[in-house]
Design a protein around this ligand. Sequence first.
Ligand code: ADP
Length: 242
Amino acid sequence: MTRPFANATARTVRGEPVIELHAASKTYPGGLTALDNASLTIRQGELLAIVGPSGSGKSTLLNLMGTLDRPTAGSVEVLGHDIAKLSDRRMSAVRARWIGFVFQQFFLSPHLTALGNVATGLLYHGIGHSKRRERAAEALVQVGLGHRLGHHPHELSGGERQRVAIARAVVSRPEIVLADEPTGALDSVSGAAVVQLLRDLNAQGTTIAVITHDPQLADTLPRRVRILDGRIREDTAAGAAT
Ligand code: ADP
């Protein structure tokens, strides 16, 4: 079902597809096929790992799932929108409204406090300054950083920085969080805390895909999609045909 852009409060129903790839491929200019004929359905409420070695096509897959790029063959639907058929502007609107991103390198602004960084996650949502800060504070409390609102990134540990980045990703209450190697820059204790936080967010209803080259992390998540040389080789979802 296609989600209207305007109805900001609409939530999908648990188990409803939120991302669907139908025989999606991505061939880069120059001829390298980084994703080859991939079919995948991610449903509301899932927590899954997309796992594979470096260069296997995980980021390419993330870019398609996150509407950062379009497939060169096949189709990708996000909440019912076929992204190949959307203008750049509409694709950005789908991304801003429905998807939160978490990256290995955090990408926090060094000049903003934790509160300011998280509030930037609401910049294009038509929400006024004081409401943005109120929502940002709530999100930071949710990730266990209610006591760090006024700290700058350099005053925070790596694990705390990633939690700020997660708060920024979820402050707009997205349907889907795509986390690209979220523990890659962290020690094992901070990494475990970040994974637990993602689990908690999932338990509250957010659909989460974690891209990782770490099989140990992947093995702790309920569903694993294994990718190698641009092809999905294994999918532990019930009924997945790979
Ligand atoms: P992973 O995230 O698993 O490390 P990537 O999706 O980044 O894998 O890359 C898959 C393959 O596609 C690699 O061979 C990589 O060099 C190639 N690739 C990625 N991005 C581009 C691009 N923009 N142009 C050309 N080749 C690319």
